[in-house]
Design a protein around this ligand. Structure first.
Ligand code: CA2
Length: 147
């Protein structure tokens, strides 16, 4: 059976491509999700995508993933820098977790330099634009090949 990946995006990422943004580019989240599904399928994986602006909803989606997903790719948005609740939920997930940030958070304001999620993530991809999501899938392809 195909390994299942959950792609999770947090607050404001539904605005991708909808507002003129120098930082986040002009590709919509829907386009990103479709491209990720296609790449996952090409590599024999299944990918489901969710976006929410609510912290508690992210926590619940991570809880559900314990039963339904083998890996998580997550861009927690601003909650990366603030949410112990999301960190705790990710600690309860047993599979690989890849954290993605579209922008290079280390080149930006100092409050973006620390991520709670990075304390649990197996890999962190920053500053590659939306290509970071595809790089995360390719990393998981490698991880599943070796497992
Ligand atoms: O670089 C990233 O992917 C971030 O996770 C994006 C978050 C930010 O708070 C993190 O520090 C880094 C913000 C997402 C905002 O998304 C927008 C999309 C289009 C237009 C404006 C904002």
């Amino acid at each position: 059976m195909a390994n299942k990946i959950l792609l999770l995006n947090g607050p404001n990422l539904n605005m991708l491509g909808k507002r003129d943004s120098q930082v986040y580019g002009d590709i919509t989240l829907n386009n990103v999700e479709e491209a990720c599904k296609k790449l996952a399928k090409k590599n024999g994986l299944e990918l489901e995508s969710k976006q929410t602006n609510y912290e508690g909803q992210l926590v619940e989606l991570i809880h559900t993933a314990r039963e339904t997903s083998d890996a998580i790719i997550i861009n927690p948005g601003a909650y990366s820098h603030t949410s112990i609740a999301i960190f705790d939920a990710l600690e309860m997930f047993y599979g690989p977790i890849i954290e993605v940030h579209i922008s290079n958070i280390h080149k930006r304001e100092s409050f973006r330099h620390f991520s709670y999620v990075s304390q649990r993530a197996d890999s962190v991809i920053v500053g590659c634009g939306v290509q970071g999501y595809e790089l995360a899938i390719l990393r998981l392809v490698q991880i599943f090949k070796n497992s």
